[in-house]
Design a protein around this ligand. Structure first.
Ligand code: G3H
Length: 540
């Protein structure tokens, strides 16, 4: 990237297209507890956009609004509301039938769809996600909710039947677990958060939801919908510093499920605060350092294009991003030539610019961190191979392609979660296997090649190490119907449309010896609709 382009990466306010301007600051004072929007009069936390503005004084950071800096007290009130609404499993929400709960979620979805443009605009301003990807995130989330509803209907139909094994008849149904603390990540503040929040709710749990650190204001357009569409206490939304709020919640021992997408360090710190860890179920999506392995016979055009997308979509800020590329020595020069040519074509700019790929980074201090990774690699023998790689303008970091990367460098181990692409030349396939075996992470891997013997050997070597092995394709979570998980420090539990319904519930069964007396009792309960659990009703 040349200096002129870098200097002009940020726009002047006047040059922003009208449709994407934030015309006024969004100072949010509301938070949701027990079905009521409370107004916070205390300290606010400023929301800083990664999109700097070009002014006559140079580049200036943009404060786009603020959110309530709640304290332990408000967090505990939110928890009590969720505890009350769950009422040890006897509250109205857990007691509703599946079809009743589906109606609430459908109503919420209809309200949510009306907020698309507001949420999309805030995704761009708060986390710098491109317009296209922001729209995709919103639409994917709506699709996820629709798929969840359909899956739950199918599960409910299956549960409406009776089993008969070894003379014992039984009906098995999924029931909720209790109170869920739900926290999402900044890179998918809507999609990843809702991929736990919605299944948790629809299964009959009650929730305390704390939006992500960045990408927090974008929940504001939805907060009214949450209030209007769910009974009081079923969903409570709090804001503030994690250590002031979340820690206090966990210490009460009243959180039954911890749904968290973030770092393993963060998850450990919060989890260990629960006084009875055996009573806490955790569903965690954590760190990853997914490698690509490019074998000598790989289709280079495909490998290059998948590796560019895999390492640089949303500037590499995806947990599934390719974070290290192992390329066989025999093709590494050609691979790199083509890889750099493709990286050079990526357009840098503001999220709303047509065809943009590279945008500013939302985490304060991130560009300095990435710079330190690059400098460490350079000090240990790697070079930045692409022109302008690693150039910085405030929150913008131009991708740095590093080569040759080795195990002496931090970038070999650390999850950069940003636009730094380490390329490691390898000779023996076993070296790539050892990298995965030795790694603290175990989310996914991508293999590029054609030789079936080599590929089969790698599949078998990785099958017990990672959650997904991608052939001739980048790593990714979707389609959301497929299981998404990881090993070691990368995850706990499996998510997918159907798995999420499972993890936020537990199977309970009513069982009886299949004698005439029991058959008569069960038959009467069902015929007279005396129980909502023991029932053969099902949703079409
Ligand atoms: O940040 C992690 C996301 O779950 C990745 O999802 O592969 O669809 O980008 P994605």
């Amino acid at each position: 990237m040349n200096k002129t382009l870098l200097d002009n990466i940020f726009p002047s306010e006047a040059s922003i297209p009208e449709a994407y301007r934030l015309n006024e600051r969004i100072d949010q004072h509301e938070y949701l507890i027990d079905g009521k929007l409370k107004i916070w009069k205390g300290e606010q936390s400023p929301v800083l956009s990664p999109l700097y503005m070009k002014t006559t004084n140079g580049y200036e950071p943009t404060i786009i609004g603020s959110t309530p800096l709640l304290t332990k007290e408000e967090a505990l009130v939110a928890l009590e509301a969720a505890v009350k609404a769950y009422d040890r499993g006897h509250g109205q929400w857990p007691a509703f039938t599946v079809s009743e709960r589906i109606e609430f979620v459908e109503k919420f979805l209809a309200h949510m769809r009306l907020k698309r443009s507001e949420v999309v605009k805030l995704l761009m301003w708060e986390i710098g996600k491109s317009l296209k990807d922001s729209e995709k995130e919103f639409d994917r989330t709506c699709d996820y909710i629709v798929d969840t509803i359909n899956e739950l209907k199918a599960t409910d139909r299956r549960s409406a039947t009776f089993h008969n094994e070894q003379g014992i008849m039984a009906q098995i149904r999924r029931v909720p677990l209790g109170v869920v603390l739900c926290m999402g990540p900044y890179n998918y503040p809507l999609n990843e958060t809702f991929s736990t929040l919605i299944p948790a709710l629809i299964m009959g749990n009650t929730v305390v939801f704390k939006p992500a650190k960045y990408g927090v204001l974008l929940i504001k357009p939805l907060i009214e919908a949450f209030k209007d569409c769910f009974p009081p206490g079923v969903i409570n939304i709090i804001y503030g510093k994690g250590r002031d709020t979340v820690g206090a919640l966990m210490e009460t021992g009243k959180i039954d499920v911890f749904a968290f997408i973030g770092t393993n360090k963060g998850a450990n710190e919060i989890k260990r605060l629960h006084p009875k860890p055996h009573r806490l179920k955790a569903i965690l999506g954590l760190d990853a350092k997914n490698p690509a392995i490019v074998l000598p016979d790989a289709d280079l055009d495909n490998a290059v294009s998948e590796c560019v997308m895999g390492s640089l979509s949303f500037n590499g800020q995806r947990c599934t991003a390719l974070k290290i590329l192992f390329v066989h020595k025999s093709i590494v020069e050609e691979f790199m030539k083509r890889f750099i040519a493709e990286v050079t074509k990526l357009k840098a700019g503001m999220p709303w610019d047509a065809g943009v790929s590279l945008t500013p980074l939302p985490e304060p201090g991130k560009t300095e961190y990435l710079k330190s990774l690059v400098e460490d690699a350079q000090a240990n023998g790697a070079k930045v191979m692409n022109e302008g790689g690693g150039s910085i303008n405030n929150s913008f970091f131009y991708p740095a392609v590093l080569y040759p990367v080795s195990d002496k460098m931090r970038v070999y181990y650390e999850e950069q979660f940003g636009p730094v692409i380490p390329i490691v030349p390898f000779d023996k396939v076993a070296d790539t296997v050892n990298y995965v075996l030795d790694s603290n992470f175990g989310q996914q891997v991508s293999i590029f090649g054609k030789d079936t013997i080599t590929i089969a050997g790698l599949i078998d070597a990785f099958a017990t190490q990672v959650g997904r092995i991608n052939l001739n394709a980048q790593c990714q979570r979707g389609p959301d119907i497929y299981p998404f998980n990881g090993r070691k420090d990368s995850a706990e539990g499996t998510l997918s449309v159907s798995d999420a319904l499972r993890v936020f519930s537990i199977r309970t069964l009513v069982a009886a010896k299949g004698n005439d007396e029991n058959k008569a009792i069960i038959g009467k309960i069902i015929r007279n609709r005396e129980s909502s659990f023991l029932s053969t009703d099902y949703i079409f």
